[in-house]
Design a protein around this ligand. Structure first.
Ligand SMILES: [Mg+2]
Length: 269
């Protein structure tokens, strides 16, 4: 009887321990809204392939620019997060521990341990060796300048210095910073994971306008504009969540489901 009681206590303890290890962020459905997306970035060979593909296309654009006469010096403009630096460990830890952005974001940046997005370092190194300058236009805050440079330098990214790093200004828009680069350089291509990395027209809260702007700019895609995949975060999901990054998970899931387009079934169960 004593032994049975002991086994019962151990069983209860194990159940409690298992429960305590569940991320606090889990919604009632048991699935974090960004679980699949984060796993895609960390585990899918397809994500890695898409990144290589994007930078391969950028390479074609670079070759064409180098073969064409130009009056101003050449430059490539890149975003940083999910374009040259992979922040998926931050998102993964957020899911594991159950916190939301911006909790621990400063801690992650200060570590300066982000790896290169696949293909980014190779492409920018090649561009630099060909005499093309690299400008980093990021919406990281000015307070993260030193840690950001440290991370880029540690990985060996070219032009990782104050002159070539343009941090967030008063607003998130990047158009003014792009124009300042374009005033002195001929921009070979823009590379980013958020359409706001390419043109100001995408800085809208209207998803249909953003879609239309993509259609209107098809000629730039794969030439002047090189897009990296980011299914974890971005302007697209901010629109769905009402730009509230602190929504409780159940509310966020409800908002996301509102964005689904299904079909009218003729044979309903
Ligand atoms: Mg980005």
């Amino acid at each position: 009887m004593m032994r049975i009681h002991m086994y019962f206590c151990i069983l209860i303890a194990l159940i409690c321990t298992a429960g305590c290890n569940q991320p606090a962020s889990q919604s009632s459905s048991g699935t974090h809204p960004a679980l699949y997306a984060t796993l895609y970035q960390q585990q899918a060979a397809e994500y890695r392939a898409l990144c290589y593909q994007a930078f391969a296309v950028a390479g074609f654009t670079l070759d064409a620019a180098l073969a064409t006469p130009h009056e101003k010096p050449l430059a490539v403009v890149v975003d940083i997060d999910e374009t040259v630096l992979d922040n998926s460990p931050y998102q993964a830890q957020a899911i594991i521990e159950g916190f939301g952005y911006p909790v621990a974001w400063a801690e992650w940046i200060d570590l300066a341990e982000a790896e290169s997005v696949p293909g980014a370092l190779d492409f920018l190194t090649r561009a630099s060796k060909a005499g093309v300058e690299v400008f980093y236009i990021t919406n990281r805050k000015e307070e993260f300048r030193a840690a950001t440079l440290q991370n880029l330098v540690k990985l060996g990214f070219p032009d990782a210095d104050d002159t070539h790093l343009l941090m967030r200004t008063a607003s998130n828009e990047k158009e003014s910073r792009r124009l300042s680069v374009a005033s002195q350089y001929e921009i070979v291509c823009l590379i980013g994971d958020n359409m706001g990395d390419f043109a100001g027209v995408f800085d809208t809260t209207d998803a249909s306008l953003r879609m239309q702007a993509v259609d209107d700019n098809r000629g730039n895609l794969g030439s002047k504009w090189i897009v990296l995949p980011n299914v974890v975060y971005g302007h697209w999901v901010d629109i769905l969540s009402g730009f509230d990054r602190n929504l409780p998970e159940d509310s966020l899931n409800a908002a996301l489901i509102q964005g689904l387009h299904g079909f009218n079934r003729t044979n309903t169960p």
